[in-house]
Design a protein around this ligand. Structure first.
Ligand code: GDP
Ligand code: IMO
Ligand code: MG
Length: 427
């Protein structure tokens, strides 16, 4: 069985954690390929709720090996506290593997993220403040610290000193902050080194060998397509590639080994942080979506911006990821609306536009063109099959499928593991 990718089709928080956990019981490896602890993935198992940030959601399935790939940025203190939090709740985390090539989020990069945002003022991105952007910037600038560097004190010291030479100039001269001492950073990182050692591995080799042996490998994206550094709403994006190609560069597994790319798609739209969002609602419908959908950030606790479903974005996600399937989540949240507007195109400066415009200026001017679909009032949280859904809910799903360009193979009707309608098997 080749590899599968599971990723966010909108601006994140689509329900990737739940979808990954659902498949976790049937796959051998679940691999994070980009992002870091900016992600917040919620998994509900029975009466237990887990909020995962850095660990792949497969960690909750005993038969599954969780892997942090080379494309991820790792904050060791967050990772260790996430591991101990799970251990205290009886979850075995001993199978975890971490790529030696993954980059470390150093304390100075968390500082740089926060002060940069403060200095941007009203032009800020609204980052999670976890050091993600500066860590990827260091990686591309070739002054990053990798997990493997923790095991050579002399190399680590040289690299931290080189990075801080420039950073301290910026922190002290531009941002009016105190300089950070290299020795202190090295000491802190060395302290993490021994605790992380049991997990560090050549994950490229492990994953390719697993695929040679017909094991099932699932790549779990963080964030979402419209937050992608190349294909998202730049500059209001994260600093990595959540889109499908990121699964290859972020793990060292070639594209020919991937057979399925599943886009997780919320039945409406949400966004956290700044940036354009054509279907955003500022009225009581937006409030109701936020309240009923529990739309509050798992990582930062910020209220999520809410709006109607945007089919232009869904089509775009199908295109840039080569999606083979959608997993539609949170359909239950829409129960109770008499009519549900769905954005089918945009109006930009008086013209109708059917596809996502490449120009940032155009996208900022995009106004949604809505079609209205009839709603339903029946409780659907116990639905087990597509036929259990009220006719109007079935029609809503079919309409979204037609507009979005890939089959909807599963539907979420509640946060629980068992609150899923499976239409086509993913495996
Ligand atoms: P992720 O970042 O994509 O993993 O998504 P988050 O965990 O940040 O946000 C999704 C939220 O929706 C979580 O609280 C999930 O428990 C919840 N959720 C996922 N699927 C469904 C669903 O089908 N219905 C409902 N009501 N909640 C869901
Ligand atoms: P999951 O995996 C939603 C957003 C931030 C900000 C922008 C850049 O839970 O879907 P960053 O800290 O990454 O430099 O912030 O990206 N963002 C997310 N929004 N869900 C996420 O993750 C996000 N991770 C980052 O709010 O707008
Ligand atoms: Mg989330």
């Amino acid at each position: 069985m080749p590899a599968l990718v599971l990723l966010g089709a909108q601006w994140g928080d689509e329900g990737k954690g739940k979808a990954t956990d659902l498949l976790g019981g049937s796959v051998d490896y679940v691999v994070r390929y980009q992002g870091g602890n900016n992600a917040g993935h919620t998994v509900v198992v029975g009466d237990q709720k887990y909020a995962l940030h850095l660990l792949p959601s497969g960690i909750l399935s005993p038969g599954c090996t969780p892997v942090i790939g080379n494309g991820v940025v790792v904050d060791p203190s967050v990772l260790l506290s996430e591991l101990s939090g799970l251990n205290e709740r009886g979850v075995d985390t001993s199978k975890l593997l971490i790529s030696g090539n993954a980059h470390i989020i150093t304390p100075y990069n968390v500082t740089v993220d926060k002060v940069t945002e403060r200095f941007l003022g009203k032009r800020k991105i609204g980052t999670t403040g976890r050091g993600i952007g500066p860590t990827y910037a260091d990686k591309i600038n070739r002054v990053g610290i990798r997990v493997q560097d923790l095991y050579d004190e002399s190399i680590l010291t040289q690299k931290v000193e080189a990075a801080l030479d420039v950073k301290n100039q910026i922190l002290t001269k531009l941002y009016n902050r105190r300089a950070i001492a290299a020795g202190q950073v090295v000491e802190e990182l060395l302290d993490y080194a021994e605790k992380l050692r049991p997990y560090v591995a050549d994950t490229v080799l492990v994953l390719n060998q697993a695929l040679d042996e017909d094991k099932v490998v699932l790549f779990e994206g963080g964030q979402g397509t419209l937050l992608d550094i190349d294909h998202g709403t730049y500059p209001f994006v994260t600093s990595s590639n959540p889109t499908a190609g990121g699964a290859c560069t972020g793990t060292g597994v070639g594209p020919t080994r991937i057979s399925r790319v599943i886009g997780i798609l919320k039945a409406y739209t949400t966004r956290v942080g700044a940036g354009p969002f054509p279907t955003e609602l500022f009225d009581e419908d937006g409030e109701a979506l936020r309240r009923i959908g529990g739309e509050r950030g798992v990582t930062t606790g910020r209220d999520r911006r809410c709006g109607w479903f945007d089919a232009v974005i869904a089509r775009y996600a199908t295109r840039v990821n080569g999606l083979t399937d959608f997993f539609l989540t949170k359909l239950d949240v829409l129960t109770g609306w008499e009519e549900i507007p769905v954005c089918v195109a945009y109006e930009i400066d008086g013209r109708r536009v059917d596809e996502l415009p490449y120009s940032q200026t155009d996208f900022h001017h995009a106004k949604p063109v809505y079609e209205t679909l009839p709603g339903w009032s029946e409780d659907i949280t116990g639905a087990k099959t597509f036929a259990d859904l009220p006719k109007n809910a079935q029609n809503y799903v079919k309409a979204l499928e037609e507009m979005s360009g890939a089959p909807i193979s599963a539907i979420g009707v509640g946060p629980g593991r068992d609150q899923t309608i499976e239409i086509n098997s993913f495996l």
